[in-house]
Design a protein around this ligand. Structure first.
Ligand code: HEM
Length: 117
């Protein structure tokens, strides 16, 4: 291989490597502090009481503190799931019985973010 071809090949290779690294560095990090939607499991777990009750349901996080008293069961049913992933409970308010579409529609107003690891 002559010198010109070799130099051109090395130059080409280094531009490809530069592009690959730029792409890797600029990939969005789901837990990045500049992502206001991202809520870690650790943060979720800190809101495990009647004073502040967050629940994750199918990847979204909801602050349902203000709804505990209005939920049509004793508060204990809701409180048992504060600070946790409540997807299974949500899908089985009674075994095999999911919440209604009315309840589903209600969730949006409590949404505060997205669960990340
Ligand atoms: C997190 C937010 C929640 C909301 C907004 C919510 C909303 C509702 C609503 C509107 C109902 C009336 C029935 C219906 O529309 O399906 C209901 C009933 C009920 N929910 Fe929830 N719920 C939540 C979480 C939970 C959790 C974590 C449990 C735990 C198992 C639970 C258990 C029940 C039960 C046992 C009933 C009454 C039984 C029934 O209607 O058959 N809910 N909920």
């Amino acid at each position: 291989m002559n010198t010109v071809a070799y130099t051109a090949f090395v130059a080409f290779l280094s531009s490809v490597l530069t592009l690959v690294s730029i792409n890797a560095l600029s990939s969005p990090d789901p837990a990045a502090p500049d992502d206001p939607e991202a809520i870690t499991r650790e943060a979720l777990a800190r809101h495990d009481s009647a004073e502040s009750c967050w629940k994750a349901i199918h990847g979204s996080v909801y602050d349902v503190t203000g709804f505990i008293a209005d939920h049509p069961t004793s508060a204990a049913v809701m409180l048992a799931w504060c600070g946790r992933d409540a997807s299974k409970a949500w899908d089985n308010k009674r075994p095999g019985r999911p919440h209604s579409s009315f309840a589903e529609g209600m969730l949006e107003r409590f949404r505060i973010g997205r669960l990340v690891d």
